[in-house]
Design a protein around this ligand. Structure first.
Ligand code: IUR
Length: 451
């Protein structure tokens, strides 16, 4: 007879748990027949002693099987894909990537999350569009994928219930940052989507979960391995997260930047991420023969307008009035549809110089406090709060010229917050172009397993 205290002791003493023991634990979690203190103790034992890769695979599989597992029509075999990002600042990749992949022939049941702490969430961004409904049943997802090819929705109650319980207790027991637990949580949800291929955007840098490339790579390897073991063709990109992705941060502003990108006017860094992540998925599904063809197909879908048209259809399928969707996709009068903050103020450069750094973490932290983000789950966010960067890394600026436009509602930034905002911009001496330090590549490494 298995007993929970025995399993906790075993892991506490650094022993490996068998498949049967992990299954027993996860079933007890999902059926709520285990006490929270026991789950918390097991989480801490896993945090302290870790898990070997066979344990992680079993944990992931059992978590996945704790709820509904989606199924797709046979004709979509090999084409169902998704992306997961470990969280960033200004990360609006999903809004561009999902419709671009759909335009290239993929089926994309993208299950996204909300923002927490300083990182933004795709669902919050989409909810700044009046009428956009992120709650869609499994049948509705199937219908939307059939007619449009992509949808972006929240996690349903029935998908991976064990993760919901474990995640809340990890938060309460300081065990969020455990490789086996992160891997189980992320990959079990992707497994329940019955994906053919998955790409992970694992970020590193000051505004990322992991600050250095090495630890981000450790996580990426675990995720790729767990995904592949569930039968999903899984690859990862390690991308830098120090400044912001694109120039806009904040929910409505990021929707605007995504729409501009879908109209062919996107910033280089966002386009690079979208085409790399999308290119990997097209290669993995066989819709492109290699990464470079995949990248090209994704860029063409974005630049040529095919992705914009899918985005418009997706909005309509997810509850946005046709008139509203049309207006967002055909004009640039975005604030006739999206809510604009009460105040806009421009910050001016304190001196002449070259933009050496833009601190995405500090910017995101101030915006979060001004209402763009939440500090605990389920808090509402103010969709119109945000900021537009008016300069990019490496740009020369002149004293007094505007470098940031802040959008805020009352009460505005406190004197300390204004001080922090000024520190986002780091200037260095201006210099001739040939002496400028080379920009670090946005995508540092790819982890792609060849079959
Ligand atoms: N996102 C998830 O889905 N699970 C996790 O554990 C983390 C982020 I950290």
């Amino acid at each position: 007879m298995l007993s929970i205290p025995d399993l906790i002791r075993k892991k506490r003493d650094g022993e490996e748990l068998s498949d049967e023991e992990i299954r027993f634990f996860i079933r007890a979690v999902a059926s709520k027949t285990i006490q929270d203190c026991q789950t918390g103790a097991m989480l801490m034992a896993i945090w302290l002693k870790g898990m070997v890769s066979t344990e992680i695979t079993t944990l992931t599989r059992e978590m996945m099987s704790s709820g509904e597992v989606m199924s797709w029509p046979e004709k979509w075999r090999g084409l169902v894909v998704d992306k997961h990002s470990t969280g960033g600042v200004g990360d609006k990749v999903s809004l561009v990537l999902a419709p671009a992949l759909a335009a290239c022939g993929c089926k994309v049941p993208m299950i996204s999350g909300r923002g927490l702490a300083h990182t933004g969430g795709t669902l919050d961004k989409l909810e700044s569009i009046p009428g956009f409904n992120i709650y869609q049943s499994a049948e509705q997802v199937l219908d939307i994928l059939d007619s449009v090819g992509c949808c972006i929705v929240g996690q349903t109650e029935t998908l991976v219930p064990a993760d919901r319980v474990l995640y809340a207790l990890r938060d309460a027991t300081s065990t969020v940052d455990s490789l086996p637990l992160i891997t189980g949580s992320i990959i079990s949800k992707k497994g329940a989507e019955s994906l053919s291929a998955l790409v992970l955007d694992v970020k590193f840098g000051r505004a990322a979960l992991y600050k250095d490339l090495q630890s981000a790579k450790e996580l990426a390897k675990r995720l790729v391995e767990a995904g592949n073991r569930l039968g999903i063709r899984t690859a990862a990109a390690l991308s830098r997260m120090d400044a912001t992705i694109g120039r806009c941060v904040g929910n409505s502003l990021e929707v605007i930047e995504s729409l501009e990108t879908l109209k062919g006017n996107g910033p280089d860094d966002l386009m690079e991420l979208v085409s790399t992540l999308g290119g990997i998925l097209l290669k993995e599904t066989g819709l492109a023969s290699d990464l470079s063809e995949g990248r090209k197909k994704i860029s063409e879908a974005v630049i040529g307008g095919a992705a914009l048209s899918r985005f418009e259809d997706m909005m309509k399928a997810q509850g946005v009035a046709p008139q509203t969707a049309r207006s967002l996709c055909s004009t640039s009068d975005y604030f006739s549809v999206l809510k604009k903050a009460k105040h806009q103020v421009e910050l001016q450069a304190p001196a002449d110089g070259l933009v050496l750094d833009l601190d995405g973490l500090v910017l995101a932290q101030v915006l979060q406090k001004l209402g763009a983000g939440r500090s605990k789950a389920n808090e509402p966010v103010n969709h119109s709060v945000g900021a537009e960067l008016l300069v990019s890394l490496g740009d020369p600026v002149q004293k007094g010229s505007p470098w940031l436009r802040l959008h805020y509602d009352d009460p505005g930034p406190s004197p300390e917050q204004s001080d922090q905002l000024r520190k986002v911009l780091v200037l260095g001496p201006n210099m001739p172009a040939r002496n400028k330090p080379a920009r670090q590549p946005l995508v540092a490494e790819l982890l792609i397993t060849d079959p």
